[in-house]
Design a protein around this ligand. Sequence first.
Ligand code: PGA
Length: 264
Amino acid sequence: MRKILLAGNWKMNKLARDLQPFAEGMSSTLEKLENVVIGKRPEVAIAVAAPLFYPWQELVKKARLPITIAAQNMHWAESGAFTGEISAGMLKEVGITMTLIGHSERRQYFGETDETVAKRTQTALAQGLVPVVCIGETLQEREAGKTEEVVERQLRAVTKVCPDLGSTIVAYEPVWAIGTGKSATTAQAQEVHAFIRKLLVDLLGKAKAETVRILYGGSASPANIRELLLQPDIDGGLIGGASLKPEDFSKMLLDAIDVVSIKK
Ligand code: PGA
């Protein structure tokens, strides 16, 4: 079984002073992770805005919290005239090991394209960072029956420049489900995840494709995470709104811990 990853995406939310209360709200659930055998233990990550990297890393180290602090974006160049961007070297300097790439909000509001997503992923891998590459269709594309075509195009753009995907994690996030409270049903999500898995088999071979984690994102919550995680091709969640509340995120982590004992 692939290890479950629950990745929070805080987007442009929270200040440094919110970290301690959040950590306290999660701590008893995080402790429960120790009861799970290491090889199956769910992983927890939280993608935060850059000013929170340093205070979060300090807190995580001091309190020995099993949380990976991740970035929400990363530029492909080593350095240069790219105002507002962050390089892999800068992330590594503050202990960041994972980054979201190509979130739909980046694609929608900041002109991210399949090509720039591929370039960012390529640099992340070359620099030893774990990229969480986000793909997913809009409502218009789904209604036009183009879901598979869109996710295939988005994924192929990445494998074109990163042929074996390395440590890449894929996050399937239907755009119409993000922040809308209107999650994909478990059946809808599993259907697309199975399609992505099959595509990965074609692109990378069966052995490698079986190791790639595919997260679901889009209004994942305590109400639906358990059913989602029980699906054969759903290996975790990329969680926006519900990751802002420690009580919700904790409940989701408890479900993840529970699912480990059931899922093959
Ligand atoms: P949501 O966001 O869980 O609030 O829908 C998910 C995401 O944008 O990654």
